[in-house]
Design a protein around this ligand. Structure first.
Ligand SMILES: Cc1ncc(COP(=O)(O)O)c(C=O)c1O
Length: 407
């Protein structure tokens, strides 16, 4: 007899990005030389001084429960980081430490959203954003951005989607999967419109330290200046400090919202790992040069992979301003008689040439796929070369549509 799961489970699906990683892992364990361009995490090791802080925490037996919201020193460290980076004064009681940016967003969704609420976000989107809205019984309203416009997030389109039921607007900048940044004037226009209507703005800044060009991106000040009482900032040490496995994130918001987040967290996971908290303090307050070194390396890879990939006109691809993903458009290749979706393309690619990519369907973007360049330049070169020869083979065998290669 099949199990009757709670009704909420019918509204959500397993994370497609984690699915690709699991399958790539399985093949690797069988000895297959997989080029993994699916992973959403830095390939760099965690900086040495951060690891040392964790060793010291263990040696000092810092292995017990901590306050559920995180130790004061770490909450202060988050405040100090944002003061330095954005000029934003933040008190420790306005910060909760969470198991990654994911839990920061989850707590916020649970605290603020309920049945009947609409929550606006922009697509293509990181699927967790919409699934968390649904888990909180609210309805996601997705405003699409377009590759022809570089996936820019336009305030006008977001504001036009506001209804009397709109509870919040979630902005993810830099965006996973498109790499697009929201421009400051667009953020300001959204904030003005939201503030005037009592709507919350939640900024997912998980990739905030991975911005390649010197563009102004002080979303924190823009939001705090206009609507501090209805702003929640969610972010993490995960991507900036190559700390995805440590699970260290934070939400910054009004004291009462953070208190409520702590009620949810206190009844679910409690504090994040105590050792991670000491590592997080070292990451946020220690030397920041490592972040720049990694950023410079990602930039080189972005430029190289973009050039290699788009040398073949089958792959149309916006050059992203942030994060570490390319999001090529290959809809013209798909064929009703052969490979019909990027899901099927990703499956065949993994099986036949051992390259892991993430299909666009998971990001509500059929016809696209996501390629992570958070891996070495040699592996990227190998991956792109396998992808391109695979597509040529598919084309010759008629499994995909032929694209004029001289346009
Ligand atoms: C847009 C976005 N937000 C939040 C997160 C959460 O990251 P973590 O929970 O690993 O800190 C991710 C992770 O991939 C992401 O892509």
């Amino acid at each position: 007899m099949s199990t009757r799961f709670a009704q909420r489970m019918s509204r959500v699906t397993a994370s497609p990005t984690l699915k690709v990683t699991a399958e790539a892992d399985r093949l690797r364990r069988q000895g297959v030389d997989v080029v993994d361009l699916g992973a959403g995490e830095p390939d760099f090791p965690t900086p040495e001084h951060v690891k040392m802080a964790a060793h010291a925490a263990l040696d000092a037996n810092f292995t017990k429960y901590t306050p559920s919201a995180g130790v004061l020193e770490l909450r202060e460290a988050v405040g100090q980081r944002y003061r330095i980076d954005y000029g934003a004064p933040i008190k420790p009681e306005e910060v909760i430490i969470t198991a990654g940016g994911k839990q920061a967003l989850y707590n916020t969704a649970m605290v603020l959203f309920e049945q009947g609420d609409e929550v606006i976000t922009h697509g293509p989107y990181w699927p967790t954003i919409c699934d968390q809205i649904k888990l909180a019984d609210a309805t996601p309203v997705v405003v699409q951005t377009h590759r022809e416009e570089g996936f820019v997030i336009k305030a006008g389109a977001i504001i036009a989607a506001i209804t009397p039921r709109t509870k919040a607007i979630i902005v993810n900048s830099p965006c996973n999967p498109t790499g697009a940044l929201i421009a400051e004037p667009e953020m300001a226009a959204i904030a003005d419109a939201a503030a005037a209507r009592g709507i919350w703005v939640i900024a997912d800044l998980t990739y905030e330290r991975l911005i390649y060009d010197p563009v102004p991106h002080n979303l924190v000040s823009i939001l705090f200046d206009r609507m501090r009482d209805r702003t929640v900032i969610c972010s993490a040490a995960s991507k900036a400090y190559a700390m995805t496995g440590w699970r260290c994130g934070w939400a910054i918001g009004p004291k009462d919202v953070i208190e409520q987040c702590n009620v949810i967290q206190g009844h679910s996971t409690s504090n994040i790992n105590s050792i991670t908290q000491k590592a997080g303090i070292a990451a946020l307050t220690g030397p920041q040069e490592g972040v720049t070194t990694m950023l410079n390396e990602y930039r080189k890879r972005r430029d190289a992979v973009h050039e290699w990939l788009t040398a073949d006109p089958r792959f149309q691809c916006v050059k992203p301003g942030g994060a570490f993903y390319l999001f090529p458009y290959v809809a013209d290749l798909l064929s009703p008689a052969g490979i019909k979706s990027t899901g099927e393309l990703a499956e065949a690619m993994l099986k036949e040439v051992a390259v892991a990519i993430t299909p666009g369907e998971g990001f509500d973007a059929p016809g696209f796929f996501r390629l992570s360049y958070a891996t070495s330049i040699e592996r990227l070169k190998e991956g792109v070369s396998r992808i391109q020869s695979f597509v040529q083979t598919l084309e010759k065998s008629g499994r995909i549509g032929a694209v004029a290669t001289n346009r």
